[in-house]
Design a protein around this ligand. Structure first.
Ligand code: HEM
Length: 404
Protein backbone atom coordinates (compact mmCIF):
# COMPACT_ATOMS: atom_id res chain seq x y z
CA UNK A 1 0.00 0.00 0.00
CA UNK A 2 3.01 2.27 0.50
CA UNK A 3 6.18 2.39 -1.61
CA UNK A 4 8.71 3.17 1.13
CA UNK A 5 11.37 3.99 -1.48
CA UNK A 6 9.31 6.47 -3.49
CA UNK A 7 11.15 9.83 -3.29
CA UNK A 8 7.83 11.72 -3.26
CA UNK A 9 6.68 9.66 -0.26
CA UNK A 10 9.99 10.15 1.57
CA UNK A 11 9.82 13.87 0.86
CA UNK A 12 6.35 14.26 2.39
CA UNK A 13 4.87 11.01 3.72
CA UNK A 14 1.80 12.59 5.34
CA UNK A 15 -0.68 12.73 2.40
CA UNK A 16 -0.06 9.02 1.66
CA UNK A 17 -0.18 8.12 5.35
CA UNK A 18 -3.51 9.97 5.67
CA UNK A 19 -5.00 8.10 2.70
CA UNK A 20 -3.87 4.73 4.03
CA UNK A 21 -4.94 5.54 7.60
CA UNK A 22 -8.45 6.41 6.40
CA UNK A 23 -8.61 3.31 4.20
CA UNK A 24 -7.47 0.81 6.85
CA UNK A 25 -6.13 0.53 10.43
CA UNK A 26 -3.73 -2.26 9.40
CA UNK A 27 -2.02 -3.62 6.27
CA UNK A 28 0.56 -6.40 5.68
CA UNK A 29 3.95 -6.18 3.94
CA UNK A 30 6.51 -8.95 3.44
CA UNK A 31 9.47 -8.20 5.76
CA UNK A 32 11.98 -6.30 3.59
CA UNK A 33 14.83 -7.50 5.85
CA UNK A 34 14.06 -11.09 4.80
CA UNK A 35 13.39 -12.54 8.25
CA UNK A 36 10.51 -14.58 6.88
CA UNK A 37 7.90 -12.66 8.88
CA UNK A 38 5.07 -10.46 7.67
CA UNK A 39 5.09 -6.85 8.91
CA UNK A 40 1.61 -5.61 9.86
CA UNK A 41 1.60 -1.82 9.68
CA UNK A 42 -0.59 0.02 12.20
CA UNK A 43 -1.80 3.39 10.98
CA UNK A 44 -4.01 4.76 13.79
CA UNK A 45 -3.21 6.42 17.11
CA UNK A 46 -5.18 4.12 19.44
CA UNK A 47 -3.66 0.96 17.98
CA UNK A 48 -0.09 2.31 18.08
CA UNK A 49 -0.63 3.53 21.65
CA UNK A 50 -1.94 0.10 22.69
CA UNK A 51 0.77 -1.86 20.84
CA UNK A 52 3.54 0.09 22.60
CA UNK A 53 2.16 -1.11 25.94
CA UNK A 54 1.14 -4.64 24.89
CA UNK A 55 3.34 -7.14 26.77
CA UNK A 56 2.37 -9.94 24.38
CA UNK A 57 4.59 -8.11 21.89
CA UNK A 58 8.34 -7.60 22.17
CA UNK A 59 11.28 -5.89 20.52
CA UNK A 60 12.66 -9.42 20.37
CA UNK A 61 11.21 -12.89 20.92
CA UNK A 62 13.14 -13.79 24.10
CA UNK A 63 14.99 -11.54 26.56
CA UNK A 64 18.24 -11.05 24.60
CA UNK A 65 18.38 -10.63 20.83
CA UNK A 66 19.49 -13.19 18.26
CA UNK A 67 21.42 -12.01 15.19
CA UNK A 68 18.37 -12.82 13.05
CA UNK A 69 16.22 -10.46 15.15
CA UNK A 70 18.71 -7.68 14.47
CA UNK A 71 18.46 -8.38 10.75
CA UNK A 72 21.80 -10.22 10.57
CA UNK A 73 21.74 -13.28 8.26
CA UNK A 74 23.38 -16.49 9.58
CA UNK A 75 25.96 -16.46 6.78
CA UNK A 76 27.39 -13.10 7.86
CA UNK A 77 29.83 -13.69 10.76
CA UNK A 78 31.62 -10.53 9.56
CA UNK A 79 28.75 -8.52 11.08
CA UNK A 80 29.74 -9.59 14.61
CA UNK A 81 31.07 -6.15 15.68
CA UNK A 82 27.67 -4.59 14.89
CA UNK A 83 25.84 -7.42 16.67
CA UNK A 84 28.02 -7.00 19.77
CA UNK A 85 27.13 -3.30 19.98
CA UNK A 86 23.40 -3.90 19.57
CA UNK A 87 23.24 -7.03 21.67
CA UNK A 88 23.15 -5.17 24.99
CA UNK A 89 21.36 -2.07 23.78
CA UNK A 90 18.40 -1.37 26.07
CA UNK A 91 16.30 -0.85 23.00
CA UNK A 92 16.85 -4.46 21.95
CA UNK A 93 16.29 -6.20 25.29
CA UNK A 94 13.17 -7.48 27.00
CA UNK A 95 12.57 -8.40 30.67
CA UNK A 96 14.21 -9.63 32.79
CA UNK A 97 17.41 -8.34 31.09
CA UNK A 98 15.79 -5.06 30.09
CA UNK A 99 14.50 -4.39 33.61
CA UNK A 100 17.91 -4.97 35.19
CA UNK A 101 19.82 -2.82 32.70
CA UNK A 102 17.25 -0.02 32.50
CA UNK A 103 17.20 0.30 36.30
CA UNK A 104 20.97 0.67 36.38
CA UNK A 105 21.06 3.19 33.54
CA UNK A 106 18.06 5.18 34.79
CA UNK A 107 19.78 5.45 38.16
CA UNK A 108 22.62 7.33 36.50
CA UNK A 109 20.22 9.42 34.43
CA UNK A 110 18.59 11.43 37.20
CA UNK A 111 16.27 14.45 36.66
CA UNK A 112 18.61 16.44 38.93
CA UNK A 113 21.57 15.73 36.66
CA UNK A 114 19.49 16.64 33.57
CA UNK A 115 18.14 19.93 34.97
CA UNK A 116 21.62 20.74 36.27
CA UNK A 117 22.78 20.80 32.65
CA UNK A 118 20.61 23.81 31.72
CA UNK A 119 23.32 26.51 32.12
CA UNK A 120 25.90 24.45 30.20
CA UNK A 121 23.35 23.64 27.48
CA UNK A 122 22.46 27.31 27.10
CA UNK A 123 26.18 28.11 26.83
CA UNK A 124 26.58 25.56 24.01
CA UNK A 125 23.59 26.99 22.09
CA UNK A 126 24.94 30.52 22.32
CA UNK A 127 28.47 29.51 21.41
CA UNK A 128 27.37 27.82 18.17
CA UNK A 129 24.95 30.67 17.36
CA UNK A 130 27.79 33.20 17.84
CA UNK A 131 29.51 31.61 14.86
CA UNK A 132 26.57 31.78 12.46
CA UNK A 133 24.24 34.65 13.36
CA UNK A 134 24.87 37.61 11.07
CA UNK A 135 27.51 35.70 9.07
CA UNK A 136 25.43 34.89 5.97
CA UNK A 137 23.71 31.64 5.01
CA UNK A 138 24.42 28.58 7.11
CA UNK A 139 23.21 25.01 7.55
CA UNK A 140 21.07 24.75 10.65
CA UNK A 141 21.84 21.02 10.95
CA UNK A 142 25.63 20.81 10.61
CA UNK A 143 26.43 24.24 12.02
CA UNK A 144 23.98 24.46 14.91
CA UNK A 145 21.86 21.41 15.77
CA UNK A 146 24.55 18.72 15.38
CA UNK A 147 27.49 20.27 17.24
CA UNK A 148 25.08 21.51 19.93
CA UNK A 149 23.38 18.18 20.47
CA UNK A 150 26.56 16.10 20.41
CA UNK A 151 28.20 18.45 22.92
CA UNK A 152 25.18 18.20 25.23
CA UNK A 153 25.11 14.39 25.29
CA UNK A 154 28.91 14.20 25.50
CA UNK A 155 28.78 16.56 28.46
CA UNK A 156 26.16 14.43 30.21
CA UNK A 157 28.18 11.28 29.69
CA UNK A 158 31.43 13.04 30.49
CA UNK A 159 33.14 12.02 27.25
CA UNK A 160 35.77 14.12 25.44
CA UNK A 161 34.15 16.62 23.07
CA UNK A 162 37.35 16.77 20.94
CA UNK A 163 36.13 13.53 19.39
CA UNK A 164 32.68 14.83 18.47
CA UNK A 165 33.10 14.46 14.71
CA UNK A 166 34.06 10.79 15.06
CA UNK A 167 31.08 10.23 17.35
CA UNK A 168 28.83 11.77 14.73
CA UNK A 169 30.30 9.70 11.87
CA UNK A 170 30.11 6.43 13.81
CA UNK A 171 26.57 7.12 14.85
CA UNK A 172 25.39 8.03 11.31
CA UNK A 173 26.94 4.81 9.99
CA UNK A 174 25.38 2.57 12.67
CA UNK A 175 21.81 3.90 12.46
CA UNK A 176 21.64 3.13 8.72
CA UNK A 177 21.13 -0.49 9.89
CA UNK A 178 17.70 0.45 11.26
CA UNK A 179 16.28 1.29 7.82
CA UNK A 180 13.93 -1.10 6.04
CA UNK A 181 16.58 -1.65 3.37
CA UNK A 182 20.28 -0.86 3.24
CA UNK A 183 23.14 -1.33 0.77
CA UNK A 184 26.13 -3.64 1.24
CA UNK A 185 28.33 -0.55 1.46
CA UNK A 186 26.21 0.81 4.33
CA UNK A 187 26.39 -2.54 6.12
CA UNK A 188 30.20 -2.57 5.88
CA UNK A 189 30.41 1.02 7.09
CA UNK A 190 28.19 0.16 10.08
CA UNK A 191 30.45 -2.76 10.99
CA UNK A 192 33.60 -0.65 10.76
CA UNK A 193 31.99 2.11 12.83
CA UNK A 194 30.89 -0.44 15.45
CA UNK A 195 34.46 -1.73 15.71
CA UNK A 196 36.01 1.72 16.14
CA UNK A 197 33.28 2.99 18.47
CA UNK A 198 33.66 -0.09 20.71
CA UNK A 199 37.43 0.38 20.90
CA UNK A 200 36.94 4.04 21.87
CA UNK A 201 34.42 3.09 24.59
CA UNK A 202 36.72 0.46 26.06
CA UNK A 203 39.49 3.02 26.48
CA UNK A 204 37.04 5.40 28.12
CA UNK A 205 35.82 2.73 30.55
CA UNK A 206 39.39 1.81 31.51
CA UNK A 207 40.16 5.49 32.11
CA UNK A 208 37.11 6.11 34.34
CA UNK A 209 37.83 2.96 36.27
CA UNK A 210 41.34 4.25 36.98
CA UNK A 211 40.28 7.89 37.50
CA UNK A 212 36.59 8.16 38.53
CA UNK A 213 34.82 11.48 37.88
CA UNK A 214 31.38 12.99 38.47
CA UNK A 215 29.88 11.86 35.17
CA UNK A 216 27.51 9.29 33.72
CA UNK A 217 30.21 6.98 32.36
CA UNK A 218 31.76 6.73 35.84
CA UNK A 219 28.28 6.03 37.23
CA UNK A 220 27.81 3.22 34.71
CA UNK A 221 31.21 1.77 35.56
CA UNK A 222 30.43 1.76 39.27
CA UNK A 223 26.63 1.19 39.12
CA UNK A 224 25.53 -1.63 41.35
CA UNK A 225 22.16 -2.85 42.68
CA UNK A 226 20.96 -6.08 44.21
CA UNK A 227 20.74 -7.32 40.58
CA UNK A 228 24.49 -6.98 40.18
CA UNK A 229 26.59 -4.61 38.12
CA UNK A 230 26.99 -3.89 34.45
CA UNK A 231 29.48 -5.91 32.40
CA UNK A 232 31.91 -4.08 30.11
CA UNK A 233 29.94 -5.25 27.05
CA UNK A 234 26.77 -3.79 28.55
CA UNK A 235 28.51 -0.51 29.34
CA UNK A 236 29.87 -0.24 25.78
CA UNK A 237 26.39 -0.85 24.30
CA UNK A 238 24.84 1.64 26.70
CA UNK A 239 27.36 4.40 25.97
CA UNK A 240 26.86 3.89 22.23
CA UNK A 241 23.07 3.83 22.56
CA UNK A 242 23.05 7.01 24.64
CA UNK A 243 25.41 8.83 22.29
CA UNK A 244 23.48 7.75 19.19
CA UNK A 245 19.95 8.13 20.57
CA UNK A 246 21.11 11.30 22.28
CA UNK A 247 21.59 13.32 19.15
CA UNK A 248 20.21 11.69 15.97
CA UNK A 249 16.56 12.24 16.86
CA UNK A 250 17.07 15.58 18.57
CA UNK A 251 18.94 17.03 15.58
CA UNK A 252 16.25 15.89 13.16
CA UNK A 253 13.48 17.23 15.41
CA UNK A 254 15.16 20.63 15.30
CA UNK A 255 15.67 20.46 11.53
CA UNK A 256 12.11 19.28 10.84
CA UNK A 257 10.62 21.66 13.40
CA UNK A 258 12.48 24.80 12.36
CA UNK A 259 11.63 24.07 8.71
CA UNK A 260 7.94 23.79 9.68
CA UNK A 261 8.26 27.11 11.53
CA UNK A 262 9.86 28.76 8.49
CA UNK A 263 7.09 27.40 6.27
CA UNK A 264 4.42 28.69 8.69
CA UNK A 265 5.64 32.25 9.34
CA UNK A 266 2.65 33.12 11.54
CA UNK A 267 3.73 30.35 13.93
CA UNK A 268 7.34 31.60 14.00
CA UNK A 269 6.02 35.12 14.72
CA UNK A 270 3.97 33.76 17.64
CA UNK A 271 7.28 32.67 19.18
CA UNK A 272 9.21 35.82 18.31
CA UNK A 273 6.45 38.02 19.73
CA UNK A 274 6.32 35.93 22.91
CA UNK A 275 2.69 34.82 22.46
CA UNK A 276 3.79 31.19 22.77
CA UNK A 277 6.83 30.01 24.71
CA UNK A 278 9.40 27.65 23.23
CA UNK A 279 8.60 24.92 25.74
CA UNK A 280 4.99 24.72 24.56
CA UNK A 281 5.97 24.96 20.88
CA UNK A 282 8.44 22.10 21.23
CA UNK A 283 5.57 19.62 21.83
CA UNK A 284 4.06 20.58 18.47
CA UNK A 285 7.42 20.34 16.69
CA UNK A 286 7.77 16.84 18.11
CA UNK A 287 4.22 15.81 17.09
CA UNK A 288 3.99 17.38 13.65
CA UNK A 289 7.01 15.84 11.93
CA UNK A 290 8.59 13.17 14.15
CA UNK A 291 12.23 12.22 13.50
CA UNK A 292 11.58 8.49 13.98
CA UNK A 293 8.74 7.16 11.87
CA UNK A 294 8.66 3.43 12.52
CA UNK A 295 9.16 0.96 15.36
CA UNK A 296 8.54 -2.77 15.20
CA UNK A 297 7.43 -5.47 17.66
CA UNK A 298 7.37 -9.26 17.36
CA UNK A 299 4.10 -11.03 18.20
CA UNK A 300 4.99 -13.51 20.95
CA UNK A 301 1.62 -14.92 22.01
CA UNK A 302 -1.57 -16.23 20.43
CA UNK A 303 -4.70 -14.12 20.33
CA UNK A 304 -3.15 -10.74 19.45
CA UNK A 305 -5.83 -8.82 17.55
CA UNK A 306 -5.31 -5.42 15.89
CA UNK A 307 -7.57 -3.72 13.39
CA UNK A 308 -9.93 -6.70 13.60
CA UNK A 309 -7.24 -9.19 12.48
CA UNK A 310 -5.52 -11.83 14.52
CA UNK A 311 -1.77 -11.51 13.98
CA UNK A 312 0.09 -14.84 13.94
CA UNK A 313 2.88 -15.51 16.46
CA UNK A 314 6.21 -14.85 14.73
CA UNK A 315 4.91 -11.96 12.62
CA UNK A 316 5.64 -8.33 13.45
CA UNK A 317 3.61 -5.22 14.14
CA UNK A 318 5.09 -2.07 12.60
CA UNK A 319 3.94 1.14 14.25
CA UNK A 320 3.74 4.21 12.02
CA UNK A 321 4.46 7.06 14.46
CA UNK A 322 4.01 9.90 11.96
CA UNK A 323 0.64 8.49 10.95
CA UNK A 324 -0.50 8.09 14.58
CA UNK A 325 0.52 11.69 15.31
CA UNK A 326 -1.71 12.93 12.47
CA UNK A 327 -4.73 10.78 13.33
CA UNK A 328 -7.82 13.04 13.37
CA UNK A 329 -9.49 10.58 15.78
CA UNK A 330 -7.05 11.82 18.43
CA UNK A 331 -5.76 15.25 17.33
CA UNK A 332 -8.27 17.82 16.06
CA UNK A 333 -7.13 19.28 12.70
CA UNK A 334 -3.97 17.15 12.81
CA UNK A 335 -2.41 18.65 9.67
CA UNK A 336 -2.58 22.13 11.18
CA UNK A 337 0.81 23.14 12.58
CA UNK A 338 -0.19 25.00 15.73
CA UNK A 339 2.61 25.85 18.16
CA UNK A 340 0.06 26.79 20.83
CA UNK A 341 -1.57 23.32 20.71
CA UNK A 342 0.27 22.26 23.88
CA UNK A 343 -0.66 18.58 23.49
CA UNK A 344 2.06 16.24 24.71
CA UNK A 345 0.08 13.04 24.09
CA UNK A 346 1.91 12.45 20.78
CA UNK A 347 3.51 9.05 20.18
CA UNK A 348 6.99 10.43 19.34
CA UNK A 349 8.79 9.23 22.50
CA UNK A 350 7.14 5.79 22.40
CA UNK A 351 5.43 4.23 25.42
CA UNK A 352 5.51 1.26 27.77
CA UNK A 353 8.74 -0.25 29.04
CA UNK A 354 10.90 1.17 26.22
CA UNK A 355 9.57 4.72 26.67
CA UNK A 356 12.40 7.10 25.73
CA UNK A 357 14.77 7.37 28.66
CA UNK A 358 16.11 10.61 27.21
CA UNK A 359 12.74 12.37 26.80
CA UNK A 360 13.36 14.92 29.62
CA UNK A 361 16.80 15.72 28.18
CA UNK A 362 15.43 15.95 24.62
CA UNK A 363 12.69 18.34 25.77
CA UNK A 364 15.17 20.51 27.68
CA UNK A 365 17.58 20.55 24.76
CA UNK A 366 14.89 21.46 22.23
CA UNK A 367 13.46 24.14 24.53
CA UNK A 368 16.89 25.79 24.97
CA UNK A 369 17.89 25.43 21.28
CA UNK A 370 14.62 26.95 20.08
CA UNK A 371 14.43 29.77 22.61
CA UNK A 372 18.03 30.84 21.91
CA UNK A 373 17.33 30.74 18.16
CA UNK A 374 14.20 32.86 18.53
CA UNK A 375 16.02 35.36 20.76
CA UNK A 376 19.18 35.61 18.64
CA UNK A 377 17.74 35.22 15.12
CA UNK A 378 14.18 36.57 15.02
CA UNK A 379 14.48 37.26 11.27
CA UNK A 380 15.53 33.68 10.49
CA UNK A 381 14.49 32.47 7.03
CA UNK A 382 15.10 29.57 4.65
CA UNK A 383 17.60 30.24 1.87
CA UNK A 384 16.17 27.42 -0.26
CA UNK A 385 13.65 24.61 0.25
CA UNK A 386 15.50 21.91 2.24
CA UNK A 387 16.02 18.44 0.70
CA UNK A 388 14.93 15.31 2.57
CA UNK A 389 17.26 12.42 3.39
CA UNK A 390 16.31 9.37 1.28
CA UNK A 391 15.40 7.33 4.38
CA UNK A 392 12.05 6.62 6.02
CA UNK A 393 12.66 5.37 9.57
CA UNK A 394 15.05 8.19 10.46
CA UNK A 395 13.20 11.13 9.06
CA UNK A 396 15.09 14.35 8.54
CA UNK A 397 16.70 16.72 6.06
CA UNK A 398 20.10 16.54 4.36
CA UNK A 399 20.59 20.22 5.08
CA UNK A 400 18.46 23.16 6.22
CA UNK A 401 20.07 26.27 4.71
CA UNK A 402 18.96 29.41 6.52
CA UNK A 403 20.07 32.98 7.05
CA UNK A 404 19.79 34.76 10.37
C1 HEM B 1 13.51 14.22 20.09
C2 HEM B 1 14.40 13.36 20.49
C3 HEM B 1 14.12 11.91 20.76
C4 HEM B 1 13.14 11.09 20.27
C5 HEM B 1 12.04 11.44 19.29
C6 HEM B 1 13.31 9.79 20.89
C7 HEM B 1 12.48 8.70 20.67
C8 HEM B 1 12.60 7.48 21.29
C9 HEM B 1 11.68 6.37 21.14
C10 HEM B 1 10.47 6.38 20.23
C11 HEM B 1 12.09 5.35 21.92
C12 HEM B 1 11.40 4.01 22.13
C13 HEM B 1 11.70 3.00 21.08
C14 HEM B 1 10.82 1.77 21.21
O1 HEM B 1 9.76 1.77 21.83
O2 HEM B 1 11.15 0.73 20.63
C15 HEM B 1 13.30 5.80 22.57
C16 HEM B 1 14.04 5.04 23.43
C17 HEM B 1 15.21 5.49 24.00
N1 HEM B 1 15.74 6.76 23.91
FE1 HEM B 1 15.01 8.32 22.91
N2 HEM B 1 14.40 9.84 21.71
C18 HEM B 1 14.91 11.12 21.67
C19 HEM B 1 15.98 11.59 22.39
C20 HEM B 1 16.73 10.84 23.23
C21 HEM B 1 17.85 11.33 23.99
C22 HEM B 1 18.34 12.77 24.02
C23 HEM B 1 18.35 10.24 24.65
C24 HEM B 1 19.52 10.09 25.58
C25 HEM B 1 20.31 10.80 26.02
C26 HEM B 1 17.54 9.10 24.34
C27 HEM B 1 17.74 7.83 24.85
C28 HEM B 1 16.88 6.77 24.66
C29 HEM B 1 17.11 5.46 25.24
C30 HEM B 1 18.26 5.04 26.13
C31 HEM B 1 16.06 4.64 24.82
C32 HEM B 1 15.85 3.16 25.13
C33 HEM B 1 14.91 2.97 26.27
C34 HEM B 1 14.54 1.52 26.48
O3 HEM B 1 14.55 0.73 25.53
O4 HEM B 1 14.23 1.18 27.63
N3 HEM B 1 16.57 9.49 23.48
N4 HEM B 1 13.58 7.10 22.19
Amino acid sequence: MIDFRDPAFLDDPYPTLAEVREATPIFPVEDPKGRGATLWFLTRYDDVYRALRDRRLGRIKGSTPTPEELGIPSDRPDLAPYFEVEQWSLLMLEPPEHTRLRRLVAGAFTPKRIEGLRPAITGHADRFLDEVVGAGPFDLLTQYAQPYSVHVIAELLGVPTDDWRSLLDWSHAIVKMYELDRTEEQVRAAVQASREFTEWCRELIADRRARPRDDLVTDLVTAETEDGRLTDDEIVSTIILLLNAGHEATVNTLGNGVTALMEHRDQWRALVEGRVDARTAVEELIRFDPPLQLFERWVREEGVVYGGREIPVGDKLAMLFGSANRDPRHFPHPDRFDVARGDSSHITFGGGIHYCLGAPLARLELDVALSRLVARAPGLDLVEPPRRNPTFVIHGYEAVRVVA
